[in-house]
Design a protein around this ligand. Structure first.
Ligand SMILES: C[S@@+](CC[C@H](N)C(=O)[O-])C[C@H]1O[C@@H](n2cnc3c(N)ncnc32)[C@H](O)[C@@H]1O
Length: 229
C-alpha cells in the first residue's frame, strides 16, 4: 500500500488513518486524501498510473474469456486496473468510497466504457450479490483494520457469481498477531475465510514488492464452486 514514498506522505497518511480509526470510520480518510491531493497523483501513495503488474501478468497468461462477462473492480482508485479489464472486453463496473477518486477516473478516461461509481465495500448494493464473473480485489482489504476484516471478506466473497473468479492481490503476514497498520496484511486464517465461503483456491503466487523486498504479497485466484451462500 505504501510502496516507496516520501516519509512526510507516509506520516500524513498514518495521521489521517489514525484519526479515522479513532472515530470508528475506517474508510473516511481516503476521500480526505484524494480531495487534498487536488489532482496531483504524486500525493496518492498507491497510484502508479498503470495497471498492477501482477494483474497484467495473470491476464496475459490466462487469457480469460471476456465477451459478455461482467467484471467488478473493488476500491478502484484512479482506474487503471478497470481500464485494463475493459480493454480486454469485460463489461466493467469499478467502485470506490471516494467521490473524488471516481470523478478523477472519469476525468482521466473520458471515453471509457467502465461504469465508475461511488459505493461502499462495507455496504454493497444487494443487486451485486453473486453478480460478477470476475472480481478484482487489490490491496483494499489490507487497507481496512482487523475489526472489520471478517465482514469485508464476506462482502468480497458475496459478489462473485457461481463459477466466477476472484483475483486477490494483497500483503500477507506470517503470524496471527495483529499488525500495526495501515496497511494490515492478511493472515492465513483470514485467507482461509474465502475458502470457508465456497471459494476454492485455484492458483497461489507469492511475490515480494519490488521496491521493498521484505514485504510479502500474494496473488490468489479463487473460483466460486458452490452457489449455496
Ligand atoms: C490502498 S488503496 C488501493 C487502490 C487500488 N485498489 C490499488 O491497488 O491501487 C485502497 C482504495 O480503497 C478505497 N476504499 C477504502 N475503503 C473503501 C470502502 N469501504 N469501499 C470502497 N472503497 C474503499 C480507497 O478510497 C482507495 O482507493
Amino acid at each position: 500500500m505504501f510502496e516507496q514514498q516520501p516519509e512526510d506522505l507516509r506520516f500524513y497518511v498514518k495521521q489521517l488513518a489514525t484519526k479515522a480509526l479513532q472515530s470508528s470510520e475506517p474508510s473516511a480518510w481516503f476521500e480526505v486524501l484524494y480531495a487534498g491531493a487536488k489532482g496531483d497523483t504524486a500525493k496518492i501513495p498507491w497510484a502508479k498510473l498503470t495497471s498492477h503488474p501482477y494483474l497484467q501478468d495473470w491476464l496475459t497468461n490466462h487469457q480469460p474469456f471476456t465477451s459478455g462477462q461482467k467484471a467488478l473492480v473493488i476500491g478502484c482508485g484512479l482506474g487503471d486496473d478497470a481500464e485494463a479489464l475493459a480493454h480486454l472486453g469485460f463489461e466493467v463496473t469499478a467502485f470506490d468510497i471516494s467521490p473524488t477518486a471516481i470523478a478523477w477516473c472519469q476525468e482521466r478516461f473520458p471515453n471509457s466504457t467502465v461504469n465508475y461509481i461511488v459505493a461502499d465495500l462495507l455496504a454493497i448494493p444487494s443487486q451485486w450479490h453473486q453478480a460478477f464473473n470476475f472480481v478484482f480485489e487489490c490491496r483494499n482489504i489490507q487497507a481496512l483494520p482487523l475489526n472489520v476484516r471478517s465482514w469485508v471478506i464476506s462482502c468480497v466473497a458475496s459478489i462473485v457469481a457461481p463459477g466466477g473468479t476472484l483475483l486477490l492481490i494483497t500483503r500477507v503476514r506470517d503470524t496471527e498477531v495483529e499488525p500495526s497498520g495501515p496497511p494490515w496484511p492478511l493472515s492465513d486464517s483470514e485467507l482461509k475465510q474465502f475458502e470457508n465461503l465456497g471459494l476454492q483456491q485455484v492458483e497461489k503466487f507469492v511475490f515480494l514488492e519490488s521496491e521493498q523486498i521484505d514485504v510479502k504479497q500474494v496473488r490468489i485466484e479463487y473460483q466460486l464452486t458452490s452457489s449455496e451462500r
